[in-house]
Design a binder for this molecule. Structure first.
Ligand SMILES: [Zn+2]
Length: 308
């Protein structure tokens, strides 16, 4: 079999698809392909997404009405895992919102967990991250989030959406519990806001991984802190460029982060939105000269090592 570096150099997509890799920054229901969705009765627009407004509108129009029902939720998640099987992903970490438990399973924790457990595939390990959108959280939901964390079913915990829309204080208890349970704690930070906010999240939550975190390059002291703590940055290049958080693939901050010695992984975020799978992400970084084939292979192997 052709090795990964040669496959990159040859732009050999067929070979790339067969080589093992991970994708550990994905959002469960938004990570299948549009083709899969369409083939399974979910009609989505084929117009491109160019900014965060389009992104929110896309979810509101196409996804929200579908994910409310168990069957819709199942189809969206199956699309995600089918894409993993098609692109060589051996381990996926994928977010599922606690609100799915409330909305779709009437707050029945056991029913929700059994639903998630029903996704089983040969050759693919699924690691579920319990996720929360900052701006839709209120303390009314605190108990169910704690209950879900205490099931010990989830391997990770993550908060996303508009950075700092809610003070970090609201989420500290969840991170303390998740860390004490040995979960892979993650936080979306440094995508929309700068290095100061990344620092704040490191101090407040003590996360093991940061989703994006690309604006950390604005402050070397924060990079130093992250390096000392061994924090892993789960980066999604196309998502960053499409949403205007990075100028281009060529000038993507991942290069500076790698050069500084930060630990990074390469991921897809939301394939349904950005239409760029894991192999596309690696190829774009190679073809634009952002990272070398050696560096990209090291990142790929590092991702796999997290699950050994
Ligand atoms: Zn994300």
């Amino acid at each position: 079999m052709k090795d990964f570096k040669q496959a990159l150099k040859d732009n050999d997509m067929e070979a790339l698809r067969k080589i093992p890799k991970v994708d550990i920054h994905t959002h469960g229901i938004l990570s299948g392909t549009r083709r899969y969705a369409k083939e399974h009765g979910i009609e989505v627009t084929f117009e491109p997404i160019n900014n965060i407004t389009d992104f929110i509108e896309f979810i509101r129009t196409y996804i929200s009405p579908i994910q409310i029902k168990e069957e819709g939720l199942r189809t969206l998640l199956e699309g995600n895992f089918q894409n993993c099987l098609d692109t060589g992903i051996k381990h996926i970490s994928t977010c599922i919102e606690y609100k799915s438990c409330i909305r779709t399973f009437n707050s029945d924790v056991d029913k929700f967990i059994n639903f998630l457990k029903s996704f089983q595939y040969d050759g693919l390990e699924i690691h579920w991250d319990l996720a929360m959108s900052r701006d839709s959280y209120t303390d009314d939901y605190k108990q169910i989030v704690l209950d879900l964390l205490n099931t010990k079913f989830f391997s990770g915990f993550d908060i996303s959406s508009k950075e700092n829309s809610v003070p970090n204080e609201k989420f500290k208890d969840f991170y303390a519990l998740a860390n004490s349970l040995g979960m892979t704690t993650k936080v979306h930070a440094g995508e929309q806001l700068g290095a100061d906010y990344v620092k704040e999240c490191i101090i407040d939550f003590n996360p093991k991984q940061i989703q994006h975190g690309i604006r950390i390059i604005e402050d070397e002291q924060v990079m130093k802190l992250a390096k000392e703590k061994g924090i892993i940055f789960n980066i999604c290049p196309t998502s960053n460029v499409v949403l205007g958080n990075a100028k281009s693939i060529k000038e993507h901050p991942i290069k500076q982060m790698v050069d500084y010695g930060l630990k990074v992984t390469i991921n897809t975020d939301d394939i349904l939105m950005f239409e760029s799978d894991i192999n596309d992400e690696y190829l774009k970084l190679y073809n634009e000269g952002t990272l070398t084939a050696d560096q990209l292979d090291e990142i790929r192997v590092f991702g796999l090592s997290l699950f050994e």
